[in-house]
Ligand binder design. Structure first.
Ligand SMILES: NC(=O)c1ccc[n+]([C@@H]2O[C@H](COP(=O)([O-])OP(=O)(O)OC[C@H]3O[C@@H](n4cnc5c(N)ncnc54)[C@H](O)[C@@H]3O)[C@@H](O)[C@H]2O)c1
Length: 281
């Protein structure tokens, strides 16, 4: 459950990428932004519209939908121009919740990935964020002090079996956050941050065979348990609000403490019945 509305985004205008269906993290964020008084545009690719329910979900909250492939500059220009027209001014906040890896989908192991897929992974999941920020800057589409967020995962900085080339994409994404964050901060006090989110079952995660075991593991290890989509929505609202006006260029962990924990009593218990490997004395 997300928290009760305090209208802390009243009067703000936002663009939310990445709603494909009700399980999308971006959907939880979109709903909470509207609860908090914002007006928003939802956007996704034309292919996602056919596969999912983006347009129906936009209608359900009485907000417009504009198609956009985040890897295409023409589409981004159209989205940013149209959004300002529809919402009546410059954009106060953006959520980039965009990722895709064909290597993951096709279950290619990291040591044998397909390079054209790898380039696509980087373009969709990381470079699209640069394209979005560069296009927004050129069009002067963002308000002074606007807040831009992207979603990342801790496999950007730790080796994680199964996350494949998405690890490399997330590392690049976090670097873009820092580098564009500095520039836009100096130019217009615009904040650019990444939220490193706990695992949540969504369409993107469904291509990974070990997802359910992993969710149990992270939930057990995190002192506060896994952060849900609603937890993420509350954090995004805070980051889009004026309360966080000097937070920028950060990777913020919304993971119940998982990233800072290596051992807990319950993890030891779960190993007690497993025959240990031989140790050398
Ligand atoms: N679910 C998790 O456990 C988790 C954890 C940490 C971070 N994230 C990140 O959160 C973000 C959202 O993922 P999600 O889990 O909600 O899954 P999701 O599948 O609901 O969202 C991914 C979205 O990316 C969109 N997309 C793909 N290619 C695009 C393109 N070219 N242009 C525009 N949009 C495009 C898809 O249509 C989809 O809406 C991703 O960046 C993901 O890596 C997810």
């Amino acid at each position: 459950m997300a928290t009760e509305s305090k209208h802390i985004l009243a009067g703000k205008k936002g663009i939310i990428f990445g709603v494909i269906n009700e399980t999308s993290l971006a959907w939880a964020v979109a709903k909470q932004c509207v609860n908090e008084g914002a007006t928003i545009v939802l956007t996704n690719t034309k292919a996602a519209v056919k596969l999912g329910t983006t347009q129906q979900l936009a209608s359900s909250i009485n907000m417009p939908f504009i198609p956009c492939d985040a890897t295409k500059i023409d589409d981004l220009e159209h989205l940013l121009t149209q959004s300002q027209e529809l919402l009546g001014g410059k954009i106060d906040f953006v959520l980039h919740a965009v990722a895709q890896s064909m290597n993951l989908r096709r279950r290619k192991p990291y040591e044998d990935i397909c390079y054209p897929y790898f380039q696509k992974t980087l373009d969709i999941s990381a470079v699209s964020f640069h394209k979005l920020l560069q296009t927004a800057h050129k069009l002067d589409a963002l308000q002074n002090g606007a807040s831009v967020l992207t979603l990342t995962y801790i496999a950007s900085e730790r080796s994680m079996y199964g996350y494949n080339d998405m690890s490399d994409a997330k590392a690049l994404l976090e670097s873009i956050v820092r580098n564009f964050g500095r520039f836009l901060g100096e130019q217009k006090h615009i904040r650019v941050n990444a939220i490193s989110q706990s695992p949540v079952p969504t369409k993107a995660g469904s291509h990974w065979d070990n997802e359910s075991y992993f969710l149990d593991y992270t939930n057990q290890l995190a002192p506060l348990g896994n952060a849900t989509a609603d937890d993420l929505a509350d954090l995004c609202v805070m980051m889009f609000s004026d309360y966080t006006r000097r937070v920028t260029m950060q990777t913020i962990y919304n993971d119940g403490g998982f990233s800072k924990t290596i051992l807990t009593p319950s993890l030891i218990d779960s190993f007690k019945n497993i025959t240990p490997k031989e140790n050398c004395n």
